[in-house]
Design a protein around this ligand. Structure first.
Ligand code: IDP
Ligand code: MG
Length: 149
């Protein structure tokens, strides 16, 4: 089954949105296979956002992401990278559709509450940055036979 990396950013944790956000992925039918609350060291933030290191917004992005604890998750499901990005919504909350996390819960591109990997390759890379293989747990969701044809 496919996997993706999703993270509630420090604004989402500080605003008490972890439960709401986790619930959206759970009720969609995705399976949570790893999770932890953690204040990220700069090194892992730089690795996660390697394609943005030279962008003008990178210093403020790093400051934002290291400003408090993040809630890190790995979700599993068919086409989960695409499905999770759809649940998360557009990068700029002003353009994110209602019903998405960013559309419902955020106002500013620099405070957009949640991160999700943008491709299966990024997902594999980002999971490797933040989780040891032993932290990913194998189990069955009881509704699996009904979720998929
Ligand atoms: P994504 O999170 O939807 O994948 P990316 O383009 O990969 O969006 O950007 C990573 C993160 O960097 C965004 O979620 C947002 O927090 C921040 N960011 C992106 N573009 C801007 C910007 O123009 N100003 C401020 N922050 C930005
Ligand atoms: Mg991105």
């Amino acid at each position: 089954m496919d996997r993706t990396f999703v993270m509630v950013k420090p604004d989402g944790v500080a605003r008490g949105l972890v439960g709401d956000i986790v619930s959206r992925f759970e009720s969609k039918g995705l399976k949570l296979v790893a999770a932890k609350l953690e204040k990220l060291p700069e090194k892992r933030v730089r690795e996660q956002y390697q394609e943005h290191l030279e962008k003008p917004f990178y210093p403020s992005l790093q400051h934002y992401i290291t400003s408090g604890p993040c809630f890190l998750m790995v979700w599993e499901g068919r086409n989960v990278v695409k499905v999770a990005r759809a649940i998360i919504g557009a990068t700029n909350p002003a353009e994110a559709a209602a019903g998405t996390i960013r559309g419902d819960l955020a106002m500013d591109i620099g405070r957009n509450v949640v991160h999700g990997s943008d491709s299966p390759e990024s997902a594999k890379r980002e999971i490797g940055i933040h989780f040891a293989g032993t932290e990913l747990v194998a189990y069955k969701r009881i509704d699996e036979p009904v979720l998929y044809e």
